[in-house]
Design a protein around this ligand. Sequence first.
Ligand SMILES: *Cc1c(COP(=O)(O)O)cnc(C)c1O
Length: 488
Amino acid sequence: MTEPTIYEMSVAGRVGMKYPQPDVPLSPLPDDMLRRDLPLPELSELEVVRHFTNLSSKNYSIDGGFYPLGSCTMKYNPKVNEETARIPGFTGTHPLQPIETVQGNLILMYELQNWLAEISGFSAVTLQPAAGAHGEYVGVMIIRAYHRDRGDLKRTKILIPDSAHGTNPATSAMSGYNVVPVPSDARGNVDLEALRTLCTDEIAGLMLTNPNTVGLFDENVLEVINIVHQAGGLVYGDGANFNAVLGIVRPGDLGFDVMHFNLHKTFSTPHGGGGPGSGPVGVVEHLVEFLPGPLVDVIKEGDADDYPLFGFVEPPKSIGRVKSFYGQFGMHVRAYTYISMHGAAGLRAVSEHAVLNANYLLSRVRGKYKLPYDRICMHEFVVEGSWDDAPDIRALDVSKRLMDYNFHPPTNYFPLIVHEALMIEPTETESKQTLDQFADALLKIAEEAHTQPDLLKSAPHNTPIGRLDEVKAAKELVLCCWIPEDIE
Ligand SMILES: *Cc1c(COP(=O)(O)O)cnc(C)c1O
């Protein structure tokens, strides 16, 4: 059933709002800029509220249900983050205000830079990048600047394991590098033999996700990093999976040279439609001079009568600015809140529970779903959504059927190295009861795949919209659901 649009509900003359008294003299709008033929909907306040409230409940959301979308770390975003982000002293500041008047904002950014550096084992962190992929771009441009600065111009390749997220090769290509894939071995680790062969003096570095996108901690990570360093390359860490190792392992200590954080994954700032992302980047000592500027730092030491003065500094060989102003400040406030609410021990507990939850779910579905790598997993795991004795069923059918059980589907068909991949990440914020309900649904669906395959093929059955032609929806995207007749 489709809802009427607000245009179809419109009744001429109905009004839902009042303009405030103007505090400036009235003056007519320029007539040639007004569109007299533009039909705007006319509705009461209640009609508007009901319409949008009903529409919003048709969207699946983390506040509405379990969201096991692998690699995305769809953890609950605590509401206290929103309270602090809305403190008027933060929302009322302008990025061009004199620094003396925004010391609170600067101290928050300074501490967040330092906390992220401490948690990850890096020397310095920039908060500028606006997403994980943006952070990757910054990191690879820093790797490029490092080699160029040393006059080492023959390095034209970046190595990327075949399990990597698509943003890794995209980033490398955008930064002017040739992408060379590295195969995984039978246990899901980087294939060391293949890596040794590929590590020539033409490689600028390796982009490594650890734990990787199959949810496995690379058992040879120290050796992998060592091989790349021996060849003169640098190692980029894709930190999207940082939620698995907070307070347990520091990537800087493992030997990674540069890494991005996804504040909107690990540090509970909202994802995608919920708000802008934020992808800070941390680097080791010898890369600090290349970081994008400005960074927040103490620019005048304090003394007995005065606090230190915080301001901006420009790293000497900076790759330049990568974002207007200072990044997504509202997200910095949310991540700062999340880290301070947890403290060091709390962050470690986050990862321990995330890993425990994933292994609990895995243990409940093991035997009913094929496992490409049957190992203890980290914060997520990948199963196959297909069975030899249920030949018509694909991962997509399992996912669509999960919607009937009121769960968001897991990530489908990624990573590419797993046949009919279903990538499941519960996160630490889910209770055992929710995990059990989800496992029960997965087991029920595995049974249905054999006894009532049509039920899966035609799912979902009780969502506002049924099975879509996904290729058509992607190729012939209709962004506007209502086109006024006289504009058509
Ligand atoms: C999410 C993700 C990214 C990209 O992060 P965005 O913030 O979505 O740009 C990169 N790598 C991995 C493994 C990811 O899961």
